[in-house]
Ligand binder design. Structure first.
Ligand code: LFR
Length: 497
């Protein structure tokens, strides 16, 4: 394999990165060239992305690479799912993209499920019901922004939109398209049925392309703005989780599940085709499109968002803790003092996360955590217990046996959470690589350019390139007891609903 340079622009809900990748002596070398915050902005009672600021930061990263005289073969953007930008031929951007947690979808979500029905929406898409999904945001646009929507030619999800700004080619890459809950995995097109039922303008839906499609060269404007020439823009897995799963360093026979751990915890298995039936719908599992025609069968659960938001709240009170400090404190906190159901809707977008957690504990008759170490312990233990419930259910739903949990992404840096996950699930946890998303992005570029053969070859290369830490399960009795308490909390919620 020749050594070429590929650039991954990886956009997460907290930060964005420009990463330079190359393969030398059979190993992938990845370098972070530029990092910047992406965080959403509260403005006029809404929550938005400063997408043009993000675009500028990406250009700054590309300029740094050009300044070093590096000859880049290709570039690709990946991002979180569901959010989108509206534009037309004359206007690069018609409104500030909404952040998925914006409350505007709440009512539209319940109305949509009532009017069209879960059965229909799930049969068309195979996607987990969440109020954040693009479908409900588009419905909100139809209802409250008809003027803006009326002049829009198209929408594009965030990474596809930036790939469009880079290349001038507007395409929806399938992994990201699948997060909209508007993509039909059987017909492999947008769902005509849902477009019709929700009165969405058909022209808004861009052509869909496979993961690993070369869109074309950087526009001349982008080339002169950045100093990069001869660079192809590739739609890899535009969805960050899709790129991360493609980089999970699994061997085909190791009975593995993945956990892409960051703001969200995406936990699931890779399947050859979607599983769409009543049981899956009732369990609220999802079938997102993965690299190479695979299906990412998974559950999207609240992840380190609980901790990220708690950290922000503590910082507002003047206490700044880094993740290493918080983890160390939590390690010495009392085990299983109080547990929460991370899925509780009050945690989706609270003003004050520690207060939301405390209120949950009050409501369920448990002691309220009172220090950052107690809050962190409560969050990490509860997440690990939810991982266990989810893995057990996935085994049941898919008929597979899961022996190892491969944790990738930023969350895999928490040794404490990795150990809790092993203890809670009773499975071996293999943690790493941290930068799975950028790695997947880079290696899909290599496959698209013919430098690497296949998904299996990608995974072999990841295994050969990055250290993986092993966590064996222990303390099974304590975790079994905690699981029973946790299950009761989850059950009582189901009864209330
Ligand atoms: C992770 C992620 C999840 C998606 C959530 C919201 O970054 O992409 O897969 O459900 O963000 O878009």
């Amino acid at each position: 394999m020749t050594s070429r340079f590929y650039v991954a622009c990886d956009l997460g809900a907290e930060s964005g990165r420009v990463m330079l990748g190359s393969v030398t002596d059979g190993r992938l070398v990845l370098e972070e060239v530029h990092r910047f915050p992406t965080g959403a902005i509260r403005i006029q009672n809404s929550l938005r992305w400063n997408i043009l600021g993000i675009f500028e930061e990406l250009k700054a990263g590309l300029r740094k690479i050009a300044a070093r005289g590096i000859e880049v073969a290709s570039v690709s953007v990946d991002s979180w799912g569901v959010d989108y930008a509206l534009f037309n031929e004359r206007q690069p951007l018609l409104s500030l993209p909404y952040q998925y947690r914006d409350a505007r979808t709440e009512k539209r979500y319940t109305d949509a499920l009532e009017n069209v029905g879960r059965e229909k929406i799930f049969a068309e898409t195979g996607i987990q019901f969440m109020s954040i999904n693009t479908l409900y945001h588009l419905i909100a646009d139809v209802e409250e922004n008809p003027d803006v929507l009326g002049i829009a030619d198209q929408f594009l999800n965030i990474a596809d939109y930036v790939n469009y700004l880079f290349s001038g080619v507007a395409r929806a890459e399938v992994s990201l398209a699948s997060t909209t809950q508007m993509y039909n995995p059987n017909t492999k097109t947008w769902s005509d049925e849902l477009i019709r039922r929700f009165h969405l303008p058909e022209r808004l839906f861009p052509p869909i392309v496979q993961s690993g499609t070369t869109l074309g060269p950087l526009t001349t404007e982008m080339a002169s703005n950045t100093g990069l020439t001869g660079v192809q823009v590739i739609a890899t897995c535009s969805h960050d989780t899709g790129a991360a799963v493609a980089a999970v360093p699994a061997e085909s026979n190791d009975h593995w599940a993945y956990l892409s751990s960051g703001t969200w915890s995406l936990i699931g298995v890779e399947l050859p085709s979607p599983l769409v039936n009543e049981t899956i719908r009732e369990g609220n599992y999802t079938n997102e499109a993965g690299f190479g025609g695979t299906t990412r069968f998974l559950k999207n659960i609240v992840g380190l968002w609980l901790l990220q938001e708690s950290r922000r709240a503590w910082a507002r009170q003047g206490h700044e803790y880094d993740y290493a400090e918080i983890n160390a404190m939590a390690e010495s906190a009392e085990p299983f003092r109080s547990l929460i159901d991370p899925d509780d809707p009050r945690f989706l977008s609270p003003e004050d996360m520690p207060e939301a957690i405390a209120s949950y504990c009050r409501d369920t008759g448990q002691p309220e955590p009172s220090s950052p170490s107690e809050f962190t312990r409560c969050i990490l233990e509860s997440l690990a217990l939810l991982y266990r419930e989810t893995l057990d259910t996935i085994e049941r739903l898919t008929g597979r046996t899961i022996k190892t949990l491969r944790i990738v992404g930023g969350g895999s840096q928490s040794g404490l959470l990795n150990q809790f996950a092993a203890n809670a699930t009773g499975r071996t946890v293999l943690a790493g690589p941290v930068e799975a998303t950028a790695i997947g992005n880079v290696l899909i570029q290599a496959v698209a350019l013919g430098d690497l053969e296949s998904l299996a070859a990608m995974r072999d290369l990841v295994r050969d390139s990055f250290p993986i830490d092993t966590f064996k399960p222990s303390e099974s009795q304590q975790w079994d007891d905690a699981q029973q308490r946790f299950a009761k909390l989850r059950d009582s919620k189901k009864r209330v609903r």
